[in-house]
Ligand binder design. Structure first.
Ligand SMILES: [Zn+2]
Length: 196
């Protein structure tokens, strides 16, 4: 395993990720409540690429918010200072459940919407806890751009931006997310962390 963190510290870090999940859940609930009025339903946007790629019901159930700076959980407060560098990144977008945030300079960048909607599908497939466990491990092992749940999103974005079709994308994203989740749970278990 190529880890961006020392392997000797891995069990402790994975344990803190698992322990932070209730705090992150509460933070996400607060985030949704704070932005529910400002969120625009994705189905009301004129983004043909999303209609072509994702189930219409999910487009109806998902909101997007344009913001000056995308939100990020207060990871240091949640005993996860290892993710502070990520919190400080100037991201184009970020997704929490069925709400995604786009930095205002990218509001019209359809590829960013495609990228974030891949994450919406992942959140729906995995649920909050498994998404966070899988995403967090991916960042620990491979860094932001190399994390599996990011790679498939960047891939879908690149395919869109190069003008390609992406038949079966949503189903591919679901299968990929489940398989990454199963692999991640095994890593937590093998490090002595009970996650279910
Ligand atoms: Zn992403």
């Amino acid at each position: 395993m190529t880890s961006v963190f020392p392997v000797t510290e891995l069990p402790d870090l994975l344990s803190r990720i698992a322990l932070a999940i209730p705090d992150i859940r509460e933070w996400v609930c607060g985030l949704h409540a704070a932005h529910s009025r400002a969120a625009v339903r994705v189905c009301s946007l004129d983004l043909p690429s999303l209609n072509a790629r994702f189930p219409v019901e999910l487009l109806h159930q998902t909101g997007t918010v344009t913001v000056p700076r995308v939100p990020f959980p207060p990871v240091s407060d949640f005993d996860l200072p290892e993710f502070e560098a990520m919190a400080q990144m100037d991201m184009a977008g970020i997704t929490f459940g069925n709400m995604y945030f786009v930095q205002e300079n990218f509001a019209a960048a359809e590829g960013v919407h495609v990228h974030e909607f891949v994450h919406v599908v992942q959140w729906q497939e995995l649920g909050l806890r498994d998404f966070l466990l899988t995403y967090g491990l991916g960042i620990v092992q491979h860094g932001y751009a190399g994390a599996p749940l990011e790679q498939i999103a960047f891939g879908a974005q690149a395919t869109f931006e190069s003008g390609g079709n992406d038949d079966g994308l949503a189903e591919r994203v679901r299968r990929h997310a489940s398989s990454e989740r199963d692999a991640a749970i095994e890593v937590y278990r093998s490090n002595g962390i009970v996650v279910r």
